[in-house]
Design a protein around this ligand. Structure first.
Ligand SMILES: Nc1ncnc2c1ncn2[C@@H]1O[C@H](COP(=O)(O)OP(=O)(O)OP(=O)(O)O)[C@@H](O)[C@H]1O
Ligand SMILES: [Mg+2]
Length: 446
């Protein structure tokens, strides 16, 4: 097999030499460029497996190179070299598609790790698997699938958000599976499910005897995920006290078990998920802004099922097939009326609710066909906010009263639609939580 080729772009000869020497020892071919123009020429005419670029170049910014490669050669991973401690540029680089960053002075051990994992990206074969599991053909879900592929190539902390049951955990798993970390552990933590007093020890481990009940040394989830991915599910539920410690662990790339004197180095990629509006929680002082900034370098939204009703038919058939295989029963047909009912339903619980609905229908249906009645879905649907507006005609000509009437209807409808969850309602209406609270009070709605 021919050697893999790396393009190193830096105008400091010393750095170029150091990189060349280190990478050649890893049995790689290294080509160097000292400016953007030269780098662009090389990339246009030769094949590369990886590019390492400094950010400050004599004829421009390395960030432009990152973006150009993203567009014209999306198969070449790029890592950037940043000045020490310049986290902001590092984050900007990750957002523009860089795979990872290395800060100066160069830590050669870190460099080797990054290069090794970057070179593994292209050889990953999990591509088909993801198409098979994140089902759907709507443009929205195709977009999520293509984002998964891109996000998997970087090490950037990623925040997945979307309503309950939309597939956030599935997306996180797929990012891991398609990433160069796929042969290392994927460790999910449900931040809402661990009792507060045990959290620190669960996350970072503890030493024997550090508190009553600590009868032996315990490895924390961070260490368990070393080399792999840590999935912080329901991240909004983290208590503030742990948010501080988590931020530290992410920044320092090390953890200290409860009762221990020593820091342990850990290399984990953080993926978080939430169905809440984290930005809003930051505003309300319930989530630390600095932590939000760190975990939210890349944001990935998973759309609600009702916003891609084109997928319902497809998903329903595939999920039914999966359930039939699992239960070893004959695959029943989905009648036209059942399908109509499914596509007309708003699915507040999204794909999970669809799955449950079908499972129930399988149990209830007699014979080989599932009819609308077997689905057990409610008759009435929460009205769409827009139809409510159209339906309300001015009963008198007082503008104030008329507008207030519309406002009341829109808000009530949105509240019902979001099952009285005010944060979700505010988000849905595109107003702040505070603005919603103000309006509820004004309209005497409770
Ligand atoms: N596009 C999809 N294709 C196939 N299955 C899906 C899809 N989206 C979700 N699912 C399935 O729906 C169920 C719910 O998904 P998941 O647990 O990932 O949702 P979630 O967003 O994490 O929900 P919650 O916020 O309630 O934790 C799972 O069984 C998952 O496999
Ligand atoms: Mg989940």
């Amino acid at each position: 097999m021919s050697k893999q080729r790396i393009l190193v772009v830096d105008d400091e000869p010393d750095i170029c030499d150091l990189l060349k020497l280190t990478l050649e020892r890893m049995d790689l071919t290294v080509i160097t460029a000292d400016c953007l123009t030269q780098a662009n020429n090389l990339i246009a005419n030769q094949a590369f497996d990886l590019c390492l670029t400094d950010l400050k170049l004599p004829d421009g910014s390395g960030l432009d190179l990152v973006s150009d490669i993203q567009i014209n050669h999306p198969d070449i991973p790029v890592a950037v070299i940043t000045a020490h401690g310049n986290m902001d540029t590092a984050i900007t680089a990750l957002k523009s598609g860089a795979f990872d960053f290395i800060s100066k002075p160069l830590d050669l051990h870190h460099l080797r790790t990054i290069v090794k994992s970057a070179l593994k990206v292209g050889t990953n074969t999990a591509d088909r698997r993801s198409r098979d599991t994140l089902l759907g053909e709507s443009p929205q879900i195709c977009d999520v699938r293509s984002k998964i592929t891109k996000v998997a190539r970087t090490q950037a902390p990623t925040l997945i958000y979307g309503e309950s049951g939309t597939g956030k955990e599935l997306v996180a798993t797929l990012i891991h599976q398609k990433s160069p970390r796929s042969d290392q552990p994927f460790i999910p933590i449900n931040c809402g499910a661990i009792p507060h007093e045990l959290m620190e020890s669960e996350f970072f481990g503890h030493k024997k005897g550090s508190f009553s009940g600590a009868v032996a040394d315990k490895t924390g989830l961070f260490q368990a995920a070393n080399g792999g991915t840590l999935f912080l599910d329901e991240v909004a539920e983290l208590p503030l006290s742990l948010q501080v410690k988590l931020l530290r662990a992410i920044q320092e790339k090390s953890v200290r078990p409860v009762g221990s004197e020593h820091e342990i180095q850990v290399d984990v990629r953080i993926i978080s998920a939430t169905h809440k509006n984290l930005g809003q929680l930051v505003e309300e002082g319930k989530f630390r802004q600095d932590l939000f900034y760190r975990i939210n370098v890349i944001e990935l939204k998973v759309p609600a099922l009702r916003d891609r009703i084109g997928d319902i038919d497809y998903l329903a058939r595939h999920l039914l097939e999966k359930l039939a295989v699992r239960d070893r029963i004959r695959l029943p047909k989905l009648s036209e009326d059942a399908l109509k009912k499914l596509t007309g339903y708003k699915f507040p619980g999204n794909v999970r609710e669809l799955e449950n609905t079908l499972e129930r229908a399988l149990a209830w249906c007699s014979g080989t066909t599932i009819h609308a009645d077997d689905l057990g879905l409610p008759e009435s649907q929460p009205e769409q906010v827009t139809t409510e507006i159209e339906a309300s005609k001015p009963s008198n000509l007082n503008l104030e009263d008329y507008l207030e009437d519309i406002e009341r209807k829109v808000i009530t409808s949105a509240l019902e639609h979001n099952r009285w969850n005010k944060t979700a309602t505010a988000e849905n209406l595109g107003i702040s939580f505070r603005a919603l609270r103000y309006r509820l009070k004004k309209l005497d709605l409770r």
